[in-house]
Write a protein that binds this ligand. Structure first.
Ligand SMILES: *Cc1c(COP(=O)(O)O)cnc(C)c1O
Length: 363
């Protein structure tokens, strides 16, 4: 049996009628920008996230950029970001003219190491963007403590962590603003690009709303230079059809992770701190002989991937910063050893057993 790394078609087929009629309804109404579907999604997703305002936008990268602009972060400012994350987290900082400052991650949890933040704070530091990487919440208590001590703003990058919690409290409810992506493979994904910014702060919500819509709250009244970053109506309809299933899909991911955990004895597996709810956007193991492990999986017909092989400070686009190998030892080691295994709600127990059987056949 082939076990693909991801199977978006399986999920579509499991709710095909709902999706097809949601799309058909948009076509029938012929209201292609905004409309009821977008409003409904904003209302329902803010309820899911436990935050009072949801401003939808075109994708998760725009969401980060808009959140930064809403906090007035620009030229001359510095923003802390983890060394191991998807490029959007730091690129958004550059996009507003500010400078990302990379912080190494925790070896076990792979999220930003709070103990390394303070030594990098300067008078230019304005904000921290912790990332709930792979679906595991970052150490928000420690990060918020530092933010309060130094008067820094916090944007949570929850693109990979819809529904993740710390002691029953949802991610996104700790910082000033939180951003989500609904890129197709995310825990809640559209059939194209989509994103959102959420907050409990009414002023910030207003700013985000203006920034996504060319600076206007009222038509033809442009209060600032904004951008055009909208959640597509068809994507909103698809997300509305999927949202009622999200909690069940998350539970299923957790169940599959437990199965991997129990079968993968002797492997370096994801670790979850006490009280943290990991929602397993990705199930990431670690091996010093990664190439060999990945070839073994490929030979066994099992899809796998690396998220992410090169820590951001060592990407070509950040060469200008002059970072040297060895400056981010934990992210560098993870970059060389991590492997993401198949993980999605439609994965079967048998498929998980096959992945593990393939790994245990290694000599
Ligand atoms: C996916 C992702 C984003 C960006 O989302 P897009 O919708 O693809 O722009 C940002 N941050 C992280 C950590 C992500 O995984």
């Amino acid at each position: 049996m082939i076990v693909p790394f991801i199977d978006l078609k399986a999920q579509y087929l499991s709710i095909k009628d709902d999706i097809d009629s949601a799309i058909a309804a948009v076509l029938d109404e012929a209201h292609f920008i905004g409309g009821v579907a977008v409003k409904t999604f904003e209302t329902n997703f803010s309820e899911f996230a436990g935050l009072s305002h949801c401003i939808s936008c075109a994708n998760g990268t725009d969401a980060l950029e808009i959140a930064l602009r809403a906090l007035d972060i620009s030229q001359g400012d510095e923003v802390m970001v983890p060394a191991l994350t998807w490029i959007s987290t730091s690129a958004a900082v550059n996009q507003v003219g500010a400078e990302p400052v990379f912080v190494d991650v925790l070896g076990d949890e792979r999220t930003m190491n709070p103990e390394l933040i303070e030594e990098k704070i300067t008078e230019r530091t304005k904000a921290i963007i912790p990332v709930h990487l792979y679906g595991l919440p970052a150490r928000m208590e420690a990060i918020m403590h530092i933010a309060e001590k130094y008067g820094l703003r916090v944007i949570e990058d929850a693109a990979q962590a819809h529904g993740a919690e710390i002691n029953g409290r949802k991610v996104g409810t700790f910082g000033d603003l939180t951003t989500f992506s609904f890129y197709p493979v995310k825990n809640l994904g559209g059939y194209g690009d989509a994103g959102a910014i959420l907050t409990n702060d009414e002023e910030l919500a207003r700013s985000c709303r203006m920034l996504t819509n060319l600076g206007q709250l009222e038509k033809h009244h442009h209060q600032l230079i904004g951008r055009n970053s909208k959640l597509d109506t068809i994507q909103a309809a698809i997300l509305n059809a999927k949202l009622p299933h999200l909690s069940r899909w998350i539970d299923r991911r957790i169940e599959l992770a437990r199965r991997y955990d129990s079968l993968l004895s002797g492997w370096d597996k994801p670790r979850t701190p006490e009280g943290f709810t990991h929602v397993y956007h990705l199930y990431v193991i670690q091996a010093s002989n990664r190439n060999k492990v990945m070839s073994q999986l490929e030979r066994g017909g099992i899809g796998c991937a690396v998220h992410y092989p090169t820590p951001l400070p060592h990407q070509e686009c950040y060469r200008y910063k002059g970072h040297q190998l060895g400056e981010f030892p934990v992210a560098e080691k993870l970059g060389a050893e991590i492997i993401s295994l198949p993980m999605y709600a439609e994965l079967t127990e048998e498929a998980v057993e096959q992945v593990v059987a393939c790994l245990s056949e290694m000599d």
